[in-house]
Design a protein around this ligand. Structure first.
Ligand code: NAP
Length: 341
């Protein structure tokens, strides 16, 4: 293992992402160091830099969703050893060649039939989908508080606004697993076929049906709405939900001015709030167990992906494309050990 590694570094608050080098960390007690074969990119990564959110120290290497090979383990780590193929969610440090994962956090062995790329698309988006749907208030709409896979919601209906987002694709699969019989997605037409493979039963083209017409385009109001994207769509989510239904959004700043008491609607907003970290981590542990079981039973798929060129440096352009909204229906992933030209 080298002493130094290539990394994408943010030097100070709101400074740009730049290619640099830094030390390869040693795993402390309870930590696992992996050689990062693939890292997945999330909108949260550029948002964190742009708005200086949840960063306690600079310079910093951001990046969370990693897949690779265990290189070393710290004291007290059980269940993982050098050479194991694993994936997980790092607190930070994904945009470099070696990454630390907490052995008791989000780390899962990679199933034999899955690639590093496929599983690197999963952690953050799956967690947001799973916690938002399954967990109790204040971070979920409590469809399945035990996170068991046998809870059934047959006959129930849901709408996913932004069905083709990475989060939306996992929401669709989780709703299907819970037994929802009507799963409506609002997305670009190009993704209809794929979303139907994942479990969507009705697709509404967001280019043909403007937001204000969405409630009227539904054959009936739905029991659950998961709002993944488009700040202006959160009020529409309320207009689509049935009396006594639930809405969850992963948009922390989307305006919402409806009175939820009028229809007795449960409303949950997922936000990166440090005061919620303990409850988030507790629920993430449940989501991780649930995901491991879904992978074992082969009932969940990672997102389709596009591999960025130019090794670790390719991450910078990928984050720029995410920020400009130029990514559609795929997860961008990078290979940090590929050569940088
Ligand atoms: N609060 C949290 O804890 C949390 C956690 C995770 C994610 N998030 C947020 O959730 C959002 C989704 O994240 P992600 O990683 O899933 O995103 P993503 O996959 O990068 O989203 C890209 C997709 O957005 C879709 N899209 C763009 N504008 C849309 C619109 N007006 N209506 C419907 N779909 C639209 C595009 O769909 P089409 O190509 O079909 O048009 C594209 O496929 C991001 O804003 C992210 O920051 C928040």
């Amino acid at each position: 293992m080298p002493a130094q590694q290539q990394a994408i570094i943010v030097q100070s608050p709101k400074a740009p992402f730049v290619l640099g080098t830094c030390d390869v960390p040693s795993p402390a007690d309870g930590e696992v160091l992996i050689k990062t074969m693939v890292v997945g990119l999330n909108p949260a990564n550029w948002i964190q830099r742009e708005y200086n959110i949840l960063i306690d120290k600079y310079p910093v290497v951001l990046g969370n969703d990693v897949a690779g090979i265990v290189e070393a383990v710290g004291k007290g780590v059980e269940g993982f050893k050098k050479g194991d193929r694993v994936f997980g969610r790092a607190a930070k440090g994904g945009f470099q060649q070696y990454t630390i994962l907490a052995a008791k956090g989000f780390i899962i062995p990679i199933p034999e039939n899955a690639s590093f790329e496929e599983v690197a698309t999963i952690p953050m988006a799956f967690t947001s989908a799973c916690i938002g749907l399954f967990a109790e208030s204040p971070i979920g709409i409590a469809l399945n508080p035990t996170f068991s896979l046998d809870t059934k919601h047959q006959g129930e209906s849901a709408l996913v606004i932004g069905g083709s987002t990475s989060v939306g694709q996992f929401v669709v699969q989780l709703l299907k697993t819970l037994g929802f019989s009507r799963i409506v997605v609002y997305s670009s037409k190009a993704h209809f076929e794929y979303l139907q493979e994942l479990g969507a039963t009705e697709c509404i083209d967001r280019r043909a049906v403007p937001l204000e017409s969405l409630p009227g385009a539904l054959t009936a109001p739905v029991k659950v709405v998961y709002h993944t994207i488009d700040l202006l769509a959160l009020n529409t989510a309320y207009d689509c939900v049935a009396e006594g239904g639930s809405i969850v959004t992963c948009q922390p700043t989307a305006p919402f001015d409806r009175d939820v008491q009028v229809k007795n609607v449960r409303f949950i907003r997922l936000a990166p709030d440090p005061s919620m970290m303990e409850i988030f981590l507790k629920n993430e542990a449940n989501a991780v167990k649930c995901l491991a079981e879904m992978l074992e039973r082969d009932i969940i798929k990672g997102n389709r992906y596009e591999v960025l060129e130019n090794g670790v440096e390719g991450i910078i352009g990928g984050l720029g494309r995410l920020q400009k909204g130029e990514v559609s229906g795929v997860k961008l992933v990078a290979h940090p050990h590929d050569p940088v030209s």
